[in-house]
Structures are given as C-alpha cells and as structure tokens.
Design a protein around this ligand. Structure first.
Ligand code: PMP
Length: 405
C-alpha cells in the first residue's frame, strides 16, 4: 500500500504554521529534517526524569542515565546492522566523525601515499583529507564524475597500491546521485585501503547494513534522520577503530593517569573524551524507532515519487536545467541560467516554500558542473504531493516574474 504522509504529519506540529502569510512548505530536509514528537518527548523525558552524568556509577540517576545511554548505543548499532554496540562511537555529527578519522589515521600515512575521494564530496569529506594530505605529504586524488552525473566507466585506475584511504559519500547532498559503493569499496579493499562511507544523506532514506557494505568506517548525523542536532555516529570495524589515535583526550577515555603517562580505556570509550551528548543519543534512539516503525520501502518509494514528480514537471521547461537524476533520488537540484538562484530562493521563501540554494558545501563539484550553485528541494517522509506541486508552481511563477527584467 502506498505511504500516506498525512498519517504521520501530526507527529510534526512544526509543519502546521504559516510562513510569510502562506502555509509553510518545508523542502530543506537534506540540510536537516524536522523532529517528530517522540524525539522531542524523549529528550524532555530524559531531562525531567533521568538527567545525570554517565559512567560515573555513583548513584541512582547516574546508573539510570548510563543505562539509557548504553541502550541508545545498542539501538543505533542495530539500526545500521553493526554486529556489536562497541562499534558505535558517539560524535557531534558527520563532520566531527570525519575529522576524528583524518587526525586518528595520520600516524599511518607517509609522504606520497594517496587519499582518494570522489568529486561529489561535501566539504566535510574533503577539507579534512586535504588538510591531512598537507600535513603528511600524502596526495589527495579525486575520482571524477562526468558532468552529466554519470560515473566514468574507467575508474579502476584511480585505485592503486598507493591508495591508503578511500572516502566516498553514499549519496550526494548537492545533486542526489548515489555512488556505486560496492564496486568502489571492493576496488579500494583490493588495494588494502582503509575505507570510509559518508552516510549523512543515506540513513534517513535507506536501510543501511554496514556489515554488508563491509567498509571500515561509516559516519552520519542524527539531525538529518529526524533526530536531534549535536549527535552523530562513527561506526568502525574493531581493528579499524583500534588503529585510530584518539582525536581528543581527557576524562572518560582513560583507565589510568599519572602526571607522566596515560593508559587509555577500551573501545568505544577510548574515542569518547569528556561528557557526551547524552540527551542527543537518547533523542537519536527515538528517531531510529520512529523510522523503523514505518514501512521503510514504502517511505522511500514515496520520497522518490515526490522527487520524480517534480523532475517530470520541470524537466521540459526550457528555462530550467536539472542536475539531479530522474529517478532513485529524494531531491531535485536545479539551476536557471539567466536568473540567480538566490533570487529564486528569496521568491520561494516569500511564498512560504523553504528550499536551499548555493554550493551545498560542495564548491569543487559546482566548479566541475560549470555552475555557481543549485537550488535544491529535498524531500522527507512528511512531504505531500501538494507541496511538491506548490514548489513547481511557485518556481515557475518566479521564473516568469524574474525572467522579465
Ligand atoms: N556529508 C554530507 C553528504 C552532508 O550532506 C552533510 C551535511 N550537509 C555533511 C557531510 C556534514 O554533516 P554535519 O554538518 O551534520 O556534520
């Protein structure tokens, strides 16, 4: 049975408001999703009934908080099919997780080693590697995608014996393209490279199975999957996590400390210095439960049908160039030659339609595409077909109006 977004919209009261005198249409879900009531309730419940610092084992509330926090780790491990909860390291988000890797793996890199990323990457999966290359004398190589959004048929030569790290996004936040991960990860592994997948745009839409993907690391942010901001996950296989030097040191991550030396704690705590974002982890569990209560295939089909609908409506418009794929994506990314996307964005906003315009933190990709940026409408489970149509109507109206000047 087709998914009905109206059945869950009541869980997102934030959507029932007017924006500049029009019903709010929220289509900036790739930036961050709205949070269902169960997530808000879980956070409030934590502060009302549990709040205490974790892992200190000192009293009733501390034990309660620790137990909820560690159950959260188990739930998130299950959500991505990680075999054990110790594979889940809490982070602030995707960006922090990748920085933990770029610092934690530094001791394994030598001059002229290669770090391979794709041309689709968000700055979060580019700048940390570029800076790591600068620090170590390693070379950052880019696996290019063709301007038409297709992968070069011949990408095998990019994976060489020098490839020490391969880091790729699961799905592009800027243009909605998926990477042929399985093939690329296999090529990387054949060369003995350490592999990382940036799952920031995938976890809300796809059932991720890290064991099946068989990457060393998989990272994502809670706030893009109906969870709170300030919490994210670094998943790693045990040997991969063990190879990481701690990016931050301090309390919680130690077993024994003297003025001269420190004995670090076991995983996962060794990589989690300081008081963690406890309410964030608890809120993220509620988000995982929320997603898993849905028929995930129907939900994805629905989100993709919204994007495909917009694509079909706009594709033939001679003023519009669409940069995202026709199918199998949950967003539409477009530009309008002759009209600045920020002007279009402002008009859409004035009519209550919230989208995002710019480089989407992927400036090199925009350069490759030969554009300054795109206007992106990204869908989540609560978006309706009426909202997709409203986006198209207002965009066309804006092009008519702004194109006249
Ligand atoms: N990678 C991708 C593909 C993203 O879409 C984002 C967020 N736009 C990030 C990384 C960074 O995530 P965060 O800002 O939550 O750390």
């Amino acid at each position: 049975m087709a998914f009905d977004p109206l059945s869950i919209r009541s869980s997102f009261p934030i959507l029932n408001q007017m924006a500049h005198g029009h019903p709010l249409v929220y289509l900036d879900n790739a930036a961050t999703t709205q949070k269902p009531l169960c997530v808000l309730d879980a956070i409030q419940d934590y502060y009302r009934n549990t709040n205490a610092n974790v892992h200190r084992g000192a009293h009733f509330l501390s034990d309660k908080a620790t137990s909820q926090f560690e159950v959260a780790r188990q739930t998130v491990a299950r959500f991505i099919r990680a075999p054990q909860d110790s594979h889940v390291i809490w982070t602030k988000g995707t960006t922090e997780a990748i920085n933990m890797l770029a610092y934690g793996l530094e001791h394994l890199l030598e001059k002229d080693d290669e770090i391979l990323i794709t041309s689709l990457e968000h700055h979060a999966n580019l700048v940390p590697w570029q800076q790591l290359a600068n620090r170590t004398g390693a070379v950052l190589r880019i696996l290019p995608m063709e301007v038409d959004g297709q992968w070069k048929a011949e990408y095998e030569p990019y994976f060489t014996q020098k490839t020490r790290i391969f880091a790729a996004t699961h799905i592009s936040n800027a243009i909605g393209v998926s990477t042929p991960l399985k093939t690329m990860l296999n090529l990387a592994k054949q060369q003995g490279a350490i592999t990382l997948v940036d799952g920031a745009q995938a976890v809300a839409h796809y059932s991720v199975d890290v064991e099946e993907l068989d990457c060393d690391f998989y990272v994502f942010s809670g706030h893009k999957m109906y969870g709170p901001t300030g919490i994210g996950v670094l998943y790693g296989k045990t040997p991969a996590l063990e190879a990481l030097s701690p990016y931050q040191t301090g309390g919680e991550m130690v077993r024994k400390v003297s003025y001269q030396t420190t004995e670090f704690n076991d995983l996962p705590y060794r990589l989690e210095a300081g008081t963690p974002n406890i309410e964030g982890a608890i809120g993220l569990v509620a988000a995982c439960d929320f997603i898993e209560e849905q028929d995930r295939k129907a939900l994805l089909d629905w989100e993709q049908s919204l994007a495909a609908h917009v694509y079909k409506r706009l594709f033939h418009n001679e003023n519009i160039k669409i940069h995202s794929p026709e199918n199998n994506t949950t967003l539409v990314s477009l530009s309008v030659p002759n009209i600045h996307i920020l002007d279009l964005n402002a008009y859409l906003d004035s009519q209550g339609v919230g989208v995002r315009s710019g480089s989407h933190c992927a400036q090199p990709l925009m350069t490759t595409l030969g554009i300054e940026g795109t206007l992106r409408a990204s869908f989540a489970c609560y978006n309706t077909m009426e909202e997709a149509d409203r986006f198209c109507d207002v965009l066309i109206e804006a092009i008519d109006l702004l194109g006249e000047d």
